[in-house]
Design a protein around this ligand. Sequence first.
Ligand code: NAD
Length: 499
Amino acid sequence: MSSTTLSYTQGSSAPEFYSETPIPVAVSHGDGIGPEIMAAVLKILKAAGAPLAFEEIEMGERAYLSGVSSGIPSEAWDAIRKHRILLKGPITTPQGGGYKSLNVTLRKSLGLFANTRACRSYAPYVRTKHPEMDVVIIRENEEDLYAGIEHQQTQEVVQCLKLITRPGCEQIIRYAFEYARSQNRKKLTCLTKDNIMKQTDGLFHRVFDEIAAEYPDIESNHMIIDIGAALIADRPEDFDVVVMPNLYGDIVSDITGQISGSVGLGGSSNIGRECAMFEAIHGSAPDLAGKDVANPSGLLQAAILMLNYLGQFEVAERIQNAWLRTLESGIHTGDIYRPDLSTRKVGTREFAEAVCQNLGQKPRRFQAADYSGFERIEIPAYRRAKEKTKTLDGVDLFVDWRGQDARDLAYKLQLLENATLKLAMITNRGVMVWPKGFEETFCTDHWRCRFSSGEGVRVRPQDIIELLHKAALTEVDVIKTENLYRFDGVRGYSLGQGQ
Ligand code: NAD
């Protein structure tokens, strides 16, 4: 059994390791089942003698409903930023009303770029179809579609911006390789959809290949996310460590959490250069709230990850071993209780008491936790590459137009042409509809109209301004523009489908 510890620190402002005095930690109890499972976890931490001093903070549903739109009051921010470590119960984001996800805000504001979820099976004591699985999902945590930049552009079309950056890719992919190495893992798989998104996912894949060359001791491969996710769901035991952009990681890590036996079993760490946050994989489970039935194991696993991050390996091991002993003795909460496998069905509190009673014991069937080989993960600061030569090829004008025949729009747009920029193509939802196209292609009111120069003709910003000026005068409704660049001669934009 491989351990699931990890840590990351860099610079003088990172938390102190091997501290003798209690380490201050901000604690948010959360919503729904949060307060019950947090009480259970704090009881176990206390009983195990974890040298931690907790500052309780209030954030989540109550803060949202009292008018704090982020869900995080300023006193909570102060405590988190002061202690730089947060143990967090799950939060309920109220439906509707434009509430921003508190988790996304925390991850992005604190620069928690790496989300790690270790999902392993505890067969035969916890039923799963995948008794051999032991997979770690490392998810980029700040970028991708979670930039939250969305716009309604026309009556019929809304847009969400997918942002992938080279610094973001380098840091998460390097982190994943370092994680694999530090945990004595053998293989790192990268999942993207770069057959479709050649610029964004293409960059993630390219950076993966570049960095993989620096880690010849780790086997590396890339898969397209759709078949990759299907294989993880079907044969998770074939995977070891998997790294992917934010959205795919969000989905795939829930799948792996669920198929390991229960979503209630897994913990996750969110690691940044300055701060770290630890939480269960699951949400606030309002259906179970207040019933003393929820499994506190996911949050306990998060607390164990936190102890390891803080260098408290011995106490982390003690708790993990007591927890494994409890699981294998068949004392189970309702989510994993099976009459043929379990000896006793218990509630949240009773489960915590059983773990406390097992402190000091080692598991008899599972391999005992051993965090002695623990290594800290250090990521070098990002170094900007040499500046490339950037040249302008033209511009995409996005136009709101409620007509149907692209030839009519092309006629209007050709009147905007100048000495440099000529209408080259019109697409609708990415599919070319002019100068060639099919009658069958369904068109919305959102048209991408590409203007470019002839071969070797240099485009200047003022050529684009001239184009836009004419568009305004002739009432062409331009809703946004995207410049078409080359970097060292390499095209930095996609072609139209059918082009
Ligand atoms: P959920 O994870 O809360 O629940 C999914 C299912 O798993 C439910 O049937 C639930 O009863 C069960 N479950 C979850 N945790 C369990 C546990 N510890 N023990 C036993 N069973 C458990 O997901 P959801 O229902 O989609 O979301 C509920 C709320 O949680 C929503 O408001 C959502 O926004 C929020 N949420 C918060 C976080 C977070 O704070 N990190 C993550 C996911 C969802």
